[in-house]
Design a protein around this ligand. Structure first.
Ligand SMILES: C[S@@+](CC[C@H](N)C(=O)[O-])C[C@H]1O[C@@H](n2cnc3c(N)ncnc32)[C@H](O)[C@@H]1O
Ligand SMILES: [Zn+2]
Length: 284
């Protein structure tokens, strides 16, 4: 619900408080932002660059793939990490922000474990926001650009989750109160490796996590990590959705993907290998 998260937000132009009323949120300076019919609030400035936003096709594919449950072990590990990271654990009341929330799948899993907590789903894709706004009754979905300064008040969040999505460490540090936590999911080298040559999926950047820790620098300190490793057994339908929901979809057309998937065994064993890492915001 947007009404429950409006107090966490700030005007992207002047930084002022926002108030919600008849189909829009407004600040005292008169900046106004529409609430979309589908229930999300768009705080993106009119000239925002949204080239990295997931398309309607990508979001549909992601919703389909996640609904099949293949990434449920990741969601469970993220929820575990969020519960242990939240000040006061399962009785926590502070909000959880999901940056680059996509369909809201992981945020919904976290909220199921934290019954008093509101969730704020941030994404630049209006297609993702439409789905995220309905993913859980305690989610408010808001459009913004992770690289342009988050429209979120200082120290507003108890936990931020960030899953296969962009992050600006300085902004994450700003919106997290000292002592609160960031939970990040990054793919390991083996993740979906079978599909790299078979369907031309993009490769995982080497040493992604080491680089992440370098960038989190002095703002955060490591607070534990869990490897989630499984063999997924994926049908051709699953494989097509998996390719279509990811960044490779921008480089391959539908026909190319269909041809390459058709040439694979059905079902195909594929490695899931990600790290769920927690970081604590260091005192300022
Ligand atoms: C790979 S998807 C991951 C989505 C979700 N976390 C999940 O794992 O299902 C990356 C998400 O980041 C969003 N995104 C890309 N660039 C962004 C930006 N600059 N600011 C905010 N969100 C962005 C995309 O629209 C997409 O929903
Ligand atoms: Zn304003």
């Amino acid at each position: 619900m947007l009404a429950e998260v409006i107090d966490l937000l700030r005007c992207p132009h002047c930084g002022g408080e926002l108030e919600l009323g008849d189909g829009a949120a407004r600040c005292a300076e008169g900046h106004s932002f529409d609430v979309a019919r589908q229930g999300y609030l768009n705080l993106l400035p009119g000239d925002a660059r949204t080239g990295s936003a997931d398309t309607a096709t990508m979001v549909r594919a992601r919703a389909e793939f996640l609904a099949a449950g293949h990434y449920a072990p990741i969601a469970a590990a993220v929820a575990d990490a969020a519960v242990s990271a939240a000040p006061a654990g399962e009785t926590a009341e502070g909000p959880v922000i999901d940056l680059g929330a996509g369909t809201g799948y992981y945020l919904a899993a976290v909220l199921e474990r934290l019954p008093k907590v509101q969730g704020l789903a941030l994404d630049v894709s209006k297609h993702a926001l439409r789905v995220a706004a309905r993913a859980h009754p305690r989610i408010g979905a808001v459009g913004c650009d992770a690289w342009a300064g988050l429209p979120v008040r200082d120290a507003a969040a108890a936990v931020v989750i960030n899953i296969f999505a962009p992050r600006d460490p300085a902004e994450l540090a700003r919106v997290l109160a000292p002592g609160s936590a960031l939970v990040v999911v990054t793919p390991n080298r083996a993740h979906l490796a079978e599909l790299v040559s078979a369907v031309g999926m993009l490769t995982v950047q080497e040493r992604k996590r080491e680089r992440l820790e370098g960038r989190l620098g002095t703002l955060f300190e490591p607070a534990g990590e869990t490897a989630v490793e499984r063999e997924l057994v994926l049908s051709h339908t699953d494989l097509a959705a998996l390719v279509a929901m990811g960044p490779s979809a921008r480089h391959l057309d539908e026909r190319q993907v269909a041809e390459r998937v058709a040439a694979l065994p059905d079902p195909l064993p594929v490695t899931l290998s990600v790290t769920v890492a927690s970081y604590r915001r260091t005192p300022a």
